[in-house]
Design a binder for this molecule. Structure first.
Ligand SMILES: Cc1cc2nc3c(=O)[nH]c(=O)nc-3n(C[C@H](O)[C@H](O)[C@H](O)COP(=O)(O)OP(=O)(O)OC[C@H]3O[C@@H](n4cnc5c(N)ncnc54)[C@H](O)[C@@H]3O)c2cc1C
Length: 400
């Protein structure tokens, strides 16, 4: 039987710019014994040539581009196999552009068949352009996990729906890291997860009154807020069941900052003033009054903004969902189905916690020794009566 090796790179061969001890010996042994091997990476930014150079600098010489297969090459192979002579608008670093070029997929910024998003420094203009092209008919290739096959209490495979139809992939492991859809994907495994979503809106408005100094930093108001209303407005709000709550104290955490350099008049305001749990759906429908409420909320911190109460500035509202647990502490742990894991409820901590959370989950998956704090992020914490008794009085989680 012929044996070959498929090797991950980051964290397996090197960490940042340091080779992991033994990695060079292993690769040398492969070369000397003519054992086939291939490095796989989900990073689409470098080309195989870039990776040859990187490993040479780290102390593994004599590798060639054929020793590497990147997410960019895989994307290019997928497109050229499923749609020969297609064109693409590329957002990402050189690796993805080079891979598409190599498979003769032309770059097209007018009417591409696909928008391809890779890794790298991505300018907002490129994202806006990509969005515009998708609206005009270009396809954004995505794969959606539709089913998880569980037999005998273990994960056996997943079904992923994509452009070529649904495909089953055999696997003994599955990580549910579906963000706002964590709960829905949990149900594919027959597990009910204690997470929920809140709308988290972001308002960009033209601060024509220059109420916010351009040199201002990010400003955060950590007290609950009562919105300023005139007597007449109070009366009007009080008459409607749907909006009467706007007279009451609203949650802490309204924050904002100037956006853009030079003469930009734009100010960003962000506030989850509406903490009603909702079922996630896209596109998200925000309260038509979001901009007004966020600007009024910010005016508690920056009084000059109250000048907009009579006439709102031109504004743009977007945002997403915060996916949370009751006490706003994330979950990174195995699930009750063998081979299934969870990384979710991150929005109390946000992206800032994501590396640590992923490291913790990797420890669980690899069966490594767990850090002392692992239990704090485990589903099992809810089995502990002492922990459960803390939840009703958990209080302000410091959420922004
Ligand atoms: C407006 C806004 C501003 C924010 N600002 C900040 C900030 O400044 N700093 C900060 O630290 N955090 C911020 N956050 C929070 C941060 O974005 C989240 O905490 C973080 O993205 C959560 O990461 P995640 O991987 O759990 O989920 P996500 O980033 O949502 O990733 C989940 C992924 O799973 C995919 N997926 C879902 N279902 C399926 C399925 N069935 N099959 C396949 N794929 C699926 C989704 O497409 C998505 O790519 C902000 C959030 C919002 C909404």
């Amino acid at each position: 039987m012929k044996t070959g090796y498929l090797l991950d790179m980051d964290g397996v061969i090197y960490r940042e710019n340091h080779l992991i001890p033994g990695a060079a010996d292993l690769v040398n042994a492969f070369v000397q014994t003519s054992t086939p091997f291939l490095f796989l990476t989900n990073n689409s930014a470098p080309t195989p040539g870039d990776l040859v150079v990187k490993l040479r600098h780290l102390g593994i010489p004599n590798l060639g581009p054929r020793h590497f297969y990147t997410a960019a090459l895989n994307t290019a192979d997928f497109l050229s196999e499923t749609h020969a002579a297609c064109t693409a608008y590329v957002i990402g670093d050189s690796g993805i552009a080079a891979a598409l070029q190599e498979r003769q997929i032309a770059n097209d910024s007018i009417a591409p068949d696909y928008v391809v998003v890779g890794e790298g420094q991505i300018a907002t203009e490129k994202i806006l352009k990509g969005h515009e092209l998708i609206e005009k008919g270009a396809r954004l290739v995505e794969g959606r996990v539709e089913a998880v096959d569980v037999a005998g209490g273990r994960v056996r495979g997943v079904t992923v729906a994509g452009p070529g139809g649904a495909r089953r992939i055999d696997t003994p492991r599955f990580v549910n890291a579906a963000g706002p859809f964590t709960k829905a994907v949990g149900r594919l495994l027959g597990v009910e997860l204690p997470v929920f979503c809140e709308r988290h809106c972001k308002v960009a408005f033209n601060d024509t009154r220059r109420a916010v100094p351009r040199e201002a930093p990010m400003m955060i108001w950590t007290d609950p807020v009562r919105l300023p209303w005139t007597a007449e407005e109070r009366e009007e709000l009080g008459e409607s069941d749907a909006i009467r709550h706007l007279l009451e104290e609203l949650p802490a955490g309204v924050h904002g900052r100037p956006e853009g350099a030079g003469e930009s008049p734009v100010v960003l305001g962000i506030w989850t003033y509406d903490i009603e749990p909702v079922e996630p759906e896209f596109p998200i429908v925000f309260d038509p009054a979001s901009a007004e409420i966020v600007i009024r909320g910010l005016s508690r911190m920056i009084p000059a903004l109250s000048g907009y109460a009579q006439r709102l500035p031109r504004s743009f509202v977007d945002g997403g969902y915060y996916t949370k647990t009751e006490e706003n502490r994330f979950l990174a742990c195995p699930l009750p189905v063998e081979g299934a894991y969870l990384l979710g409820g991150l929005s109390g901590y946000g992206l800032m916690s994501s590396n640590g959370a992923a490291d913790l989950l990797a420890d669980h998956i690899a069966g490594r020794a767990l850090p002392s704090y692992a239990r704090a992020f485990h589903l099992d914490r809810y089995q502990d009566p002492a922990y459960r008794s803390l939840l009703p009085t958990w209080g302000d989680s410091g959420q922004l």
